[in-house]
Every structure is written in structure tokens, then in C-alpha cells.
Design a protein around this ligand. Structure first.
Ligand SMILES: O=c1ccn([C@@H]2O[C@H](COP(=O)(O)O)[C@@H](O)[C@H]2O)c(=O)[nH]1
Ligand SMILES: [Zn+2]
Ligand SMILES: [Zn+2]
Length: 246
């Protein structure tokens, strides 16, 4: 089985030359991982209509990961007149509505008051592989991003690690490598210290076999200055489709 990943954006939260987030294509099914404030524009540039997406998965509630959900919700409700599945950790479901989306989406006059009014919410438990389509399972792995705020990396088909936003966690990457992970798509802050992200310096401490499987994402506008300085790791390219055995 293979799946394709297309970064609709490879940039960090404040990048201006790159967008954010990713599409996963698996056997005719299209999963959007995160829907930040740049996602609707990036999808438009790619010629991907919002109603071609079969489900959206949310890692955490920073705006570069959820800022496009209001548009997605409104377009599905009023233009497409159906709900899209929203895959989200059970401990993020209430947080996502109460602390992020409710201000723009609540409509008391029409009795639209919950996340479920817009989305088919699929609550995921961490460390629990869940089949979202034949040939595509997702597993949420808790990520160490902002203290006290839930955030999740995603393991696709038990083989492809998509970090979303996380600080460096060497033991986890080693464990996944030994379990047969074939690719690591990892956020990378180019300058140290990484603070709330893995820094390039930290990622460079990984052994060569892991680096060779690592594609760097969520990078700043200064990425071109770092080409050739990433060891055996490669910068993943925005809009390019990559195929992985998974
Ligand atoms: O405690 C914090 C919180 C935020 N930051 C900065 O904000 C951005 C948030 O966007 P991400 O989605 O996490 O990229 C983060 O990159 C930091 O630059 C912080 O440093 N510390
Ligand atoms: Zn981010
Ligand atoms: Zn974040």
C-alpha cells in the first residue's frame, strides 16, 4: 500500500513565503492535516476545492493549524450543505470550540451552538490507531509543544510520522525508527533554541539512518540559506506530491 503526501504549505507559523498544512491521499481518500489560516488560499492555488476533502484532522489550536476551519465550516454548511468529518483528540474537542471557533461560528438565532452542528466530529484517543478509510489509519501521539496545551503528532498507517508541532523528542523518533517507521515529516526551527519546536541543531543529532528518512517542514522564510546544512535530512517542498510505502 502506498500513500501520497502533499504539503499545501511547508512554512512556520509566521512564514510569509510559505503556507501551512498537508494533504494525505490514500486510495481515493483525501485527508487534510490541519486547516490553518493559510489553508483555504493554498488549496485554492492548488486547484483543490474544499469539497474534495474527505476529512480534516486537527493537531492543536494554534492559528496556523486551525485558522481556516471557520471558512471550511461555513462553506460546508451553507454552500455544500453537508458535514465533513473532523478528526480530533477527545481532549481537544471542547477546547477547539470554546477557545477557538465559537466566537465566529456560534449562531444562536439558528440554534447553531456546537462543533457537531458543523462537523461530523470523530473523537480520537491517543495511542489508538483508527481506520479512517480502507488503507488509511491515523494514530495520535501526544506532542510536547506548549506546556498545558494539548497537541498531537500523527502516525499514518503505523509507518509515517507527521510531527505537526513538537519539541525535539529523540527517544520517540528512535522508538518509531526501530518499529519500522519509513518516513519522518518533522517541524524544524532553523535557529536555536527551538523553544516550542525541534531545532535544526537538535534534529542533526539524530543518527544517519533516521536523518535519511527525515523530511523537514514548518520552516521559516530563510530556509534557502540552510540548503546543504541539514545533514542527511531534506527540506520537503511545498505543493510537491511525495509517495510513501505505507
Ligand atoms: O509559548 C509559546 C507560544 C508561542 N510561541 C511562538 O508562537 C508560535 C506559534 O505557532 P506554532 O503553530 O507553534 O508554530 C511558535 O512558533 C513560536 O514562535 C512561543 O515561542 N512560545
Ligand atoms: Zn505551527
Ligand atoms: Zn503550534
Amino acid at each position: 500500500m502506498s500513500l501520497q503526501i502533499q504539503m499545501i504549505g511547508t512554512g512556520s507559523a509566521f512564514a510569509k513565503t510559505y503556507y501551512n498544512n498537508a494533504l494525505v491521499y490514500a486510495g481515493g481518500f483525501t485527508l487534510l492535516i490541519d486547516c490553518g489560516y493559510t489553508a483555504p488560499r493554498a488549496l485554492h492555488e492548488l486547484g483543490v476545492s474544499l469539497d474534495e476533502i474527505d476529512a480534516v484532522l486537527i493537531s492543536h489550536i494554534h492559528a496556523d493549524h486551525v485558522g481556516g476551519l471557520e471558512e471550511l465550516a461555513f462553506r460546508y454548511m451553507y454552500a455544500f450543505k453537508r458535514k465533513i468529518p473532523l478528526l480530533v483528540s477527545s481532549d481537544l474537542e471542547t477546547v477547539l470550540w470554546e477557545q477557538s471557533l465559537r466566537g465566529g461560528l456560534e449562531n444562536l438565532a439558528e440554534n447553531v451552538t456546537t462543533l457537531n452542528d458543523y462537523f461530523d466530529v470523530v473523537a480520537l484517543d491517543e495511542h489508538t490507531p483508527t481506520a479512517v478509510h480502507p488503507g488509511l489509519t491515523v494514530e495520535l501521539l501526544p506532542a510536547d509543544h506548549i506546556p498545558g496545551k494539548p497537541c498531537y503528532s500523527v502516525l499514518l498507517n503505523g509507518k509515517i510520522f507527521f510531527s505537526a508541532d513538537t519539541r525535539f523528542n529523540g527517544p520517540l523518533l528512535h522508538e518509531l525508527h526501530h518499529k519500522g517507521c519509513t518516513a519522518f515529516l518533522h517541524d524544524c526551527q532553523l535557529f536555536s533554541p527551538g523553544l516550542v519546536h525541534a531545532s535544526l541543531d537538535e534534529l542533526l543529532t539524530l543518527p544517519k539512518p533516521i536523518q535519511q528518512k527525515t523530511l523537514l517542514m514548518h520552516y521559516g522564510d530563510d530556509m534557502p540559506q540552510f540548503i546543504g546544512k541539514t545533514g542527511d535530512m531534506t527540506f520537503i517542498e511545498q505543493f510537491k506530491t511525495y509517495t510513501f510505502e505505507a
